[in-house]
Ligand binder design. Structure first.
Ligand SMILES: [Zn+2]
Length: 88
């Protein structure tokens, strides 16, 4: 993860992290500007999980399995035909 100094826009280093919630999805990142000659600022960024773009594979497979189990026998057979066509 790249952190930029908000004062001089040079690269900054994360020197420590303070986790703020039990789910470990929000943290304060204590940072130090690497432009020590002209800036040397220290500051805190907040890092927070926002939302998912792609669910973990295991979650997706579980969701598909549970969804398929709600189908009738005929719907499952139809789905099987659509997903696994007979070899020609
Ligand atoms: Zn700086």
């Amino acid at each position: 993860m790249k952190v930029v100094c908000p004062f001089c826009f040079h690269k900054a280093l994360i020197t420590s992290r303070n986790i703020l919630n039990d789910d470990k999805t929000i943290s304060d990142l204590y940072c130090s500007c690497t432009n020590t000659k002209d800036c040397a600022a220290t500051f805190v960024y907040t890092l927070a999980y926002k939302h998912v773009l792609n669910h973990p594979v295991r979650t997706t497979a579980e969701m598909a399995f549970n969804l398929v189990n709600t189908l009738t026998k005929e719907e499952k057979a139809s789905l099987r035909r659509d997903l696994l066509p007979d070899p020609a």
